[in-house]
Design a protein around this ligand. Structure first.
Ligand SMILES: [Zn+2]
Length: 376
């Protein structure tokens, strides 16, 4: 959904963007305020005033949504989560996280920050409304509108439907009580999907009663919520599967190895001309005897090629290029990234069980990112 976002400005290091759909919503909001809401709330004025109020009301709503998302982002950053930015789209805003919260406590604080900010901002607008209500006219009317809009924003986001804030709070409570994030996510997503259905049914009932436009809005929001909850649930599930996926499921179990008594010439002719590896495992009597880098092999002077055995030049393999078969795909990926390697030995004790490559792991990860793209 965010592929075509337009960047607006940067604020305290956060990039604020809008989805093109928001332009349509902004026009629709301005129009319905200028032609419908303000003329009935404050009758007896000219069209011009209502349009000015409509624009100010829409801008105020826009600023209120940014403020809401901004408070999520501030708390997220406070707990070390990388924030990509804030994007305003069809039904409000989304603070884009680069990562998932690490604990239930962080998630609850982050999720609650937005609605709390909206409730407080609504309260501030309400206080100013109280101070100016004797003036009667455009200013108190606008202040009252902005107070209510912020409270509606808080109330809507507090619906216990994941991935709305209320759904995230629900998930963190479930996560905290059962200590199982995966279960908490699927439960919260299922409740979100259920909420979507309830809204769709309410929409249909409204339509049957003759309130067609109102019914369409209920149904649209219901469909949006249901779809968001389903795809968020799928992404979370795939993420946790990737965390749980073991290296032994992804590795190749008959890797290229060098026998300890092979000469440098044999290795040069049989392997280095054909493969592009940074290092080779050296095996003696079925166990891992050491590792030799391609660089070491190439640096051997030609007059020593026939007399030197690879084992003489091999070194111990070390932790940086090996991983346990029980390690997770995510751990293997991190070891590769930390040591800029594309291939790791899979070693248990002294036994070489296989080799896992970046491609094996990325193949698994690409699948997850594909679903992730859909979820956005
Ligand atoms: Zn929020």
């Amino acid at each position: 959904m965010f592929e075509h976002r337009w960047r607006l400005f940067r604020l305290f290091g956060f990039e604020v963007s809008i989805d093109p759909s928001w332009i349509l919503i902004a026009l629709l909001v301005t129009w319905s305020l200028a032609e419908g809401y303000f003329p009935s709330a404050l009758p007896g004025h000219g069209k011009g005033l209502y349009w000015i109020m409509g624009v100010i009301g829409a801008v105020g709503m826009f600023v209120s949504i940014i403020f809401h998302e901004f408070c999520h982002s501030i708390v997220a950053r406070r707990y070390g989560l990388p924030m990509k930015g804030i994007t305003l789209f069809l039904f409000g805003g989304v603070a884009q996280m680069g990562d998932e919260p690490k604990s239930a406590k962080v998630e609850i604080l982050m999720a609650a920050a937005g609605p709390a900010a909206s409730i407080v901002l609504g309260g501030i607008f309400f206080a100013f409304f109280q101070l100016t209500r004797n003036l009667s006219g455009a200013i108190p009317e606008l202040l009252a509108f902005l107070a209510v809009i912020n409270w509606i924003l808080a109330a809507f986001n507090l619906l216990p439907a994941f991935p709305l804030d209320g759904g995230r709070i629900l998930r963190s409570i479930l996560w905290w009580t059962k200590k199982d994030k995966s279960w908490a996510t699927s439960t919260a997503s299922a409740i979100g999907v259920g909420f979507g259905w309830v809204l769709i049914i309410l929409g249909v009932l409204h339509m049957l009663k003759g309130n067609f436009l109102g019914g369409v809005w209920y149904a649209l929001i219901g469909m949006f919520l249901g779809a968001a909850a389903r795809s968020q649930g799928a992404v979370q599930e795939a993420r946790s599967q990737f965390q749980r996926r073991k290296v032994s499921d992804l590795m190749t179990d008959d890797p290229v190895v060098l026998p300890a008594d092979a000469t440098i010439r044999e290795v040069l002719e049989d392997h280095l001309l054909k493969q592009d590896f940074k290092f080779y495992p050296v095996v003696q009597d079925g166990r891992l005897a050491g590792c030799i880098s391609t660089k070491t092999i190439k640096q051997t002077p030609p007059e020593q090629w026939d007399a030197t055995k690879v084992m003489e030049r091999a070194q111990s393999c070390g932790r940086s290029n090996a991983v346990s078969p029980d390690a997770s795909a995510a751990e293997a990926l991190k070891t590769m990234q930390d040591n800029s390697l594309r291939r790791l030995l899979v070693v248990r004790g002294e036994k070489l069980e296989g080799v896992v490559t970046l491609r094996d792991i990325l193949g698994e990860k690409a699948w997850i990112e594909k679903i992730d793209g859909v979820a956005d």
